[in-house]
Write a protein of this length. Structure first.
Length: 80
């Protein structure tokens, strides 16, 4: 079993890079998404143990995107 997989969703490239670097140094397997749409698309294709997201993004902020994450999790549990 490998390290936990994390998805970092942040629309600011510099912030996203720092978050990914810090989490990688802590031993996590980190993937990055450039914005909300990219992050939700990645969640439909891949499995992550944790999602770290910016709370203030232009189209779908972190608070709203957690609903999308929750939907993906419930579909996975039901085998969809």
């Amino acid at each position: 079993m490998g390290p936990p997989r994390l998805l970092v969703i942040d629309d600011e490239p510099a912030v996203r890079a720092i978050e990914c670097e810090c989490l990688s140094l802590l031993g996590y397997d980190v993937e990055a998404a450039r914005d909300e749409a990219d992050g939700l698309a990645r969640l439909t294709r891949e499995r992550f143990d944790l999602v770290v997201t910016d709370l203030r993004m232009p189209h779908l902020n972190g608070w709203k995107s957690r609903r999308g994450v929750g939907l993906h999790r419930s579909h996975r549990r039901r085998g969809r």
